[in-house]
Design a protein around this ligand. Structure first.
Ligand code: HEC
Length: 479
């Protein structure tokens, strides 16, 4: 109750302050801080363009426009209220209406938007910034750890990401590397010669694949909800339908678990490892000569942890045409549990290591934005009793194209292919095609209609394929 009241108060306060302080061009944090239009950084939020990505890589800084005196300077010039408001942004997204079809039943339901996110972000100094997301979900699906099954309820708390970013370029300078300064930001290298932005440390609850050619968090086609049912009289819930997500980044394995104590399943469609939407960790990235980006880091996951390395190369960067590719190598130490070989509904004693590697690419030309990723996964350390009944390899492919037809209209299409791994008597591959049209009456509000089709044979008992068609009408609103 307190949380709800707190949230409502914050919301009302922001709205009031907003209406008071600003006319029509209602604009989230970075646009306000730098006095820029959304499309300087976004094709359409939350997708970023090349400039927006560089802005992110440099720790939410535009060196040529940054204030050397940082937060102190803006408090002095703009006052506290404006400084605080300029650091906030709000996003409301989710369904309004849903129609789903399967041979067993055809469902139609009205739904309120299912996610409200509040972002607080700001550069404190030219070399230090933070980004924190709070999330309110009126109807969140969560695994109830005490009772051991999925449940729905209100959820308010820290969102997917909450981290700080610090530029360590100055540290290398102190160790003797040649450095330059731009708007107070330290950069390694020489004018006209070799340059390096960073290394940038990003630590907290992070989404490391923010630098990848296909970033998990910047979805224009939102993930759908998990469908499940509590089983009568039993401490169990049965998953009927898995969400539609970009399959390349999904867990991909049937029958594995997150942990031993609660026996929480690691769902086939959970976005895991380097491609998580947010997990505790520390990430270092640096950009060389503005075209090569290197990244390494650690990430906690379930009872284990990940290490990863990623290289990205921005091959083309002409005015209207950009093209980049990324390669990933990721090793997870004990990040999932195999099922118990005697009872597949329970987690076994064995923690598995997991290898993930893959490539991603992104090409943009005028209003067209095409991106995709192909990711392989492989499990290690499987107990010998499971050898014959568990497939240790899996693969996923996701390709998306967005096209801004017109200032107000964005069409998108995504293809997802999953070659599943895991328990052989449960696993099935999946193929989904999604199409969406978004209409923007204003820059910061979109209404969308999207439809997903299961291109494989319907399977009533398999949650990946227990549907034929799903249609959604929804809203995505930033202010
Ligand atoms: C100076 C660059 C810049 C400008 C201008 C800008 N943004 Fe952003 N925006 C970003 C970056 C960087 C992120 C973080 C993205 C990420 O981590 O994927 C972001 C994140 C967001 C998010 C959160 C996405 C999510 O759910 O994680 C929304 C919503 C958003 N911007 C909307 C807008 C809107 C609307 C405007 C204009 C009114 C705008 N932004 C202007 C750079 C910018």
């Amino acid at each position: 109750m307190f949380r709800r009241a707190f949230f409502a108060t914050v919301l009302a306060g922001m709205l009031l302050a907003y209406v008071d302080a600003r006319p029509v061009d209602a604009i989230p944090a970075f646009a306000r801080q730098y006095d820029m239009q959304c499309n300087a950084c976004h094709t359409r939020p939350p997708r970023l363009n090349r400039f927006g990505e560089q802005f992110h890589m440099m720790g939410f800084q535009i060196p040529s426009a940054s204030r050397p005196d940082g937060l102190v300077g803006s408090l002095k010039d703009d006052g506290t209220l404006k400084t605080v408001i300029d650091g906030l942004a709000l996003r409301v997204s989710g369904g309004l209406f849903e129609y789903s079809e399967s041979p067993r039943e055809t469902e139609v339901k009205f739904e309120p938007p299912d996610e409200v996110e509040l972002f607080v972000s700001r550069a404190i100094t030219p070399n230090f910034s933070f980004f924190v997301e709070f999330e309110y979900e009126p109807n969140a699906t969560e695994f109830d750890r005490d009772r051991g099954y999925f449940n729905r309820g209100h959820k308010f708390g820290l969102g997917k990401e909450a981290f700080f970013m610090a530029n360590l370029g100055g540290v290398l300078g102190a160790l003797g590397a040649p450095t330059m300064e731009m708007g107070g930001q330290a950069m390694v290298g020489r004018h006209g010669g070799f340059t390096m932005h960073g290394p940038m440390l990003m630590a907290g609850k992070i989404d490391p694949n923010t630098n990848f050619s296909y970033a998990t968090n910047r979805q224009l086609i939102l993930d759908t909800e998990l469908e499940f049912e509590k089983e009568e009289g039993e401490n169990k819930s049965k998953v009927h339908r898995l969400p539609i997500v970009p399959y390349a980044f999904a867990s991909k394995f049937f029958g594995v678990f997150k942990d031993r104590r609660e026996h929480e399943p690691q769902l086939v469609t959970d976005q895991v490892m380097y491609n998580t939407t947010g997990a505790p960790g520390a990430d270092f990235h640096a950009m060389f000569n503005d075209v090569i980006l290197g990244e390494v880091g650690f990430l906690r996951e379930n009872e284990g942890f990940n290490t990863y390395g990623m290289v990205r190369y921005d091959i083309l960067d002409r005015k209207e045409l950009t093209f980049n590719v990324s390669a990933l190598f990721n090793w997870g130490f004990g990040v999932v549990r195999a099922p118990d070989s005697a009872d597949h509904e329970r987690a076994g004693g064995q923690r598995l290591d997991r290898l993930r590697y893959g490539v991603a690419a992104n090409a943009r030309w005028k209003g067209l934005d095409v991106y995709g990723a192909l990711i392989w996964d492989r499990m290690y350390g499987l107990p010998s009793e499971l050898r014959g009944e568990f497939d240790r390899t899996a693969m996923g492919l996701t390709v998306q194209a967005d096209y801004l037809v017109h200032e107000n209209v964005l069409v998108s299409s995504r293809f997802d292919q999953l070659w599943a791994g895991g328990l052989k008597d449960e696993k099935l591959d999946g193929t989904v095609l999604t199409a969406q049209i978004r209409y923007y009456p204003w820059q910061n509000i979109a209404f969308f209609v999207r439809d997903s089709v299961n291109l494989r044979k319907f399977h009533e008992d398999n949650p990946l394929r227990s549907w034929r068609n799903q249609l959604f009408v929804g809203i995505d609103w930033d202010f």
